[in-house]
Design a protein around this ligand. Sequence first.
Ligand code: ADE
Length: 240
Amino acid sequence: MEKIAIIGAMSCEIDEIKKCLTDLKEISYQDLKTFTGNINDKFIILAQSGMGKVNAAINTQYIIDTFHPDTIINTGVAGGLGKGLKIGDIVIAEYLVQHDFDVTFLGYAKGYMFLGEDRKSPTKYLCDEKLLKTFEDLLNKKMTETKYYKGVIASGDIFVSDKKQKEEINKTFNAIAVEMEGAAVAQTAVRNKIPFLVIRAISDMADGTEGEYRMNLEDIAKLAANSVKNFISIENFTVD
Ligand code: ADE
């Protein structure tokens, strides 16, 4: 049976998926909240990692060591950086970068993490091509009203709420969205040679517009989770 791990930072980012799990079990380990169950003929490991890159990395490694998933999906909300993006759009990462990893003083590019030959470029964590294609095909077929964008997602331990900072991340990394966990899940998945995908929905425009994020959080988190749920429910979902 295919094993799929789905990781979200907050409960509202995983609740819609939890509702659909049959044979639901809760596993408590330290302060990690993990649920297991089935959707169709797939075994799902659903985790609430907490916010930020360290929480996400710890949680991802725990899930890998304990459940040995075939695929990892990170989902939740994100701030929009790209032109044309609107609240409620779905964003799929082609690759992820860590926008707050900064050893520029030593002559490296912003986001360079001592991985790869080219120290003048940020380290990129590439999503699985086949998973990306399958997800895109599904969006093209099913979700006609929801717009989706594919591009770079930048992660960092900062809630971006400032126009200048937003523009800087967009320009430096060519990033279309910003969030706080995706690249850490990605880095851990890459280390363990497990294919992964990051699927987010835009909850705010990362520019400090008062109240926008809080107002949209629940609904937009649901949107992202539902698209993940539809994705893992399709028959041809496989990573081979
Ligand atoms: N997740 C959702 N919106 C965000 C933002 N503006 N910055 C960082 N993470 C986010």
